[in-house]
Design a protein around this ligand. Structure first.
Ligand code: ZN
Length: 105
């Protein structure tokens, strides 16, 4: 699967959003006293069994979260639809069978 950059990519593949705070490692920095750097936002997504991480700006948080959410909702809806389609197919086959039975009688 080819991964596109930016917004389109998040909409395409869904995934999850995570917020992280970090220490830079400098002993004289504010993070050494417990004031961590951040927040950094990451978008995690599983593509072909691999976990891919993409960093994004705080200003993009809401749109990325929404993109993930809408993708998940869409996937669920697609699943329900395909289940329905199978059910309909089964029903059609059942009724077809009863029609053939009538003819074969
Ligand atoms: Zn620091």
């Amino acid at each position: 699967m080819k991964i596109k950059s930016g917004e389109e990519y998040t909409k395409m593949v869904g995934g999850s959003v995570q917020r992280q705070f970090k220490k830079c490692g400098k002993s004289n920095c504010k993070c050494a006293r417990g004031e961590l750097h951040g927040a950094y936002y990451y978008h995690f997504v599983r593509v072909g069994g691999k976990l891919i991480r993409r960093y994004f700006k705080a200003s993009e948080v809401e749109q990325t979260r929404q993109a993930c959410l809408s993708r998940r909702t869409k996937q669920k809806a697609e699943q329900i639809n395909s289940n329905k389609a199978w059910q309909q197919l089964r029903e059609i086959r059942e009724s077809l069978r009863s029609v053939t039975d009538l003819y074969n009688r």
